[in-house]
Write a protein that binds this ligand. Structure first.
Ligand code: NI
Ligand code: MN
Length: 229
């Protein structure tokens, strides 16, 4: 699998021949100055919840990529209101796609849309393909729901928020992985705002001490990870 980091909790995944753009949020924080956004392609755009910092660029990239947008029905009602209708609603559950199974799973957070409308329940995604399995938790605290994750599939890579304040911090993400049992963790949702600044060296050492292969990506960084087999 190939992971490209666009800053905050926005990233691109290539997995089993399919391109995913997750939680589009690049231009509001000026990351389009370092990332060539016109080259971003996607078959699917996945949105974990309705908060601005996960959805602000959804319409821009939906039109650019003509991707199918997958999110809960409340988030998609907002997307459709903005004039984009190639959508696939999911609530917590599983669905087969041509790339494999997609599981939409609960997160412990909140979800309101930029216009103040109700965003439904926040969630995370397990992209479960024969060529590798990725779990993106979305914004969440540490939650017992994570005990269920390994029952869906063996997780190759878990992409977890680690900035604290609104989500898990690094220590909580270490505990989360006792439940998730991922082979690799990629940290996201850090440094973008003052509330979520983290100490990079301390964070890397913490994961190392706990023997968890951990990556703290830089904006624009591309990471190729081994596939499960
Ligand atoms: Ni949020
Ligand atoms: Mn967020």
């Amino acid at each position: 699998m190939k992971f490209t980091y666009f800053g905050h909790a926005c990233f691109h995944l290539e997995l089993n021949g399919t391109k995913f753009l997750i939680d589009p949020f690049i231009t509001p924080v000026g990351n389009d100055k370092t990332i060539d956004i016109s080259s971003i392609q996607a078959d699917y755009i996945l949105i974990s919840h309705g908060h601005e910092d996960h959805i602000a660029d959804a319409i821009l990239f939906a039109h650019q990529t003509q991707a199918t947008v997958i999110a809960n029905p409340e988030v998609l009602a907002w997307i459709e209101k903005q004039g984009y209708s190639k959508v696939h609603p999911m609530n917590f559950g599983t669905r087969e796609f041509e790339f494999g199974k997609l599981h939409f799973v609960p997160a412990q957070h909140s979800s309101g849309l930029p216009d103040g409308s109700y965003g439904g329940q926040p969630g995370g995604f397990i992209i479960n393909t024969p060529k590798g399995v990725v779990y993106y938790s979305g914004d969440t605290s540490l939650t017992m729901e994570m005990q269920l994750i390994p029952r869906y599939a063996k997780i190759d890579v878990a992409i977890l928020p680690i900035g604290g304040n609104f989500t898990m911090n690094p220590e909580e993400a270490v505990i989360a992985n006792e439940m998730i049992q991922a082979k690799h963790i990629i940290g996201v949702h850090f440094d973008t705002f003052g509330y979520i600044k983290i100490d990079h060296e301390w964070t890397k050492e913490l994961f190392q001490k706990n023997n968890i292969p951990f990556i703290l990506p830089s904006i624009g960084e591309i990471i190729e990870l081994p596939l499960s087999q």
